[in-house]
Design a protein. Sequence first.
Length: 118
Amino acid sequence: QVQLVESGGGLVQAGGSLRLSCVASGRTASRFNMGWVRQAPGKERELVARITRFGASTYYADSVKGRFTISRDIAKNTMYLQMNNLKPEDTAVYYCTGGNNWPPDEYWGQGTQVTVSS
């Protein structure tokens, strides 16, 4: 059974940084494409970033380009989202996603709250 567990969320002031982590467990998890999706109250889900199984390709939403960096450590079955220059509009629950599809959304983590104060 595949399990995705996020960590690293919290409260930060505008302009600050956070790094989210997502540990994937399960027999085939290391082969997944993975991504981050966020949802703010009253807003639609937004696909923030995604990365292919070996990290060769990445994708970013226009709203985070130049500020967020997605990466993964295959050996640790862990994916990261480095978030710099955070803005209040980045406030949302951030979900880790994974799967063999693209964008990857077969499996979801429980979410981690990111709150950016102005």
